[in-house]
Ligand binder design. Structure first.
Ligand SMILES: Nc1ncnc2c1ncn2[C@@H]1O[C@H](COP(=O)(O)OP(=O)(O)O)[C@@H](O)[C@H]1O
Ligand SMILES: [Mg+2]
Length: 233
């Protein structure tokens, strides 16, 4: 499959990919990721990257949680960290660090004059995965790639159940059953949440969940190689 088919691509990069469990940035990983982003930028017409907050957001939220149980405030901490991650990615990929879009309108406005946009979370109560789905819907993306730290969607959490089977293809209805217990608490959004699934269901955006720990998988997804989990819409 040629790149032209997927000329508008939204990439959600799980925040957990950028840093390790102690919250230190994984420099070796970033060194592998940056040339891939450069390559993507040249290969597609529009590339929109949404990055999560990851372990560093988790640390902020856990610290604030000792003093506040206000999920909106805790989410704001995660959002700010995701924006810092977005700024970091902008700088290390040599993309002018203009203002990080803070809402859908900002993203839409920037698409008229930029071919790469890197952003993070939008507002409390909403995961960065939902943001990626909302952007994909808004710009009628050809492909949404959700890069996380496991090989795709399993029938159950592969970290809790090592015997869980990877689904190479799945449907929104199946996903609703798998992720129905996703708790919506700050920093606790699971791989997919009900809001994201609703947006994918109505927009019918082609979506693939891949393991981003090997950034080369992003290229494979764009090329149409069989990888991760394809959501049939
Ligand atoms: N059915 C499932 N299939 C795949 N991963 C799942 C599933 N249920 C829960 N998970 C968990 O979701 C995690 C990825 O989501 P998340 O922790 O939000 O990371 P990120 O948003 O940084 O990619 C995986 O590491 C896995 O443990
Ligand atoms: Mg997540």
């Amino acid at each position: 499959m040629s790149y032209k088919k997927n000329d508008k691509v939204v990439l959600k990069l799980g925040g957990h990919l950028l840093s390790n469990a102690t919250g230190n940035f994984n420099i070796e990983y970033l060194k592998k990721l940056t040339p891939i982003i450069e390559y993507l930028k040249k290969s597609v017409e529009k590339l929109i990257i949404v990055v999560g907050g990851g372990q560093i957001a988790r640390q902020y939220i856990n610290t604030a949680y000792f003093f506040s149980r206000n999920n909106s405030s805790l989410d704001l901490l995660g959002i700010k960290v995701s924006h810092l991650n977005a700024l970091l990615l902008s700088i290390i990929t040599n993309n002018p660090p203009t203002s990080i879009p803070e809402n859908l309108q900002d993203v839409i406005n920037q698409t008229s004059y930029r071919n790469i946009i890197i952003t993070g979370g939008f507002q409390p109560g909403q995961s960065t995965t939902t943001v990626s789905a909302l952007i994909a819907e808004a710009i009628s993306a050809d492909l949404l790639i959700i890069a996380t730290d496991v090989d795709g969607i399993y029938e159950k959490d592969p970290k809790k159940y090592p015997d869980a089977k990877l689904l190479t293809e799945t449907t929104i209805d199946t996903l609703k059953k798998i992720f129905d217990k996703s708790i919506i608490e700050a920093g606790e959004y699971k791989l997919l949440d009900p809001y994201t699934l609703k947006i994918l269901e109505r927009s019918k955006i082609k979506t693939i969940i891949i393991n981003g720990k090997n950034p080369g998988n992003i290229i494979k997804a764009i090329k149409g190689e069989k990888i991760g989990t394809l959501i049939k819409t």
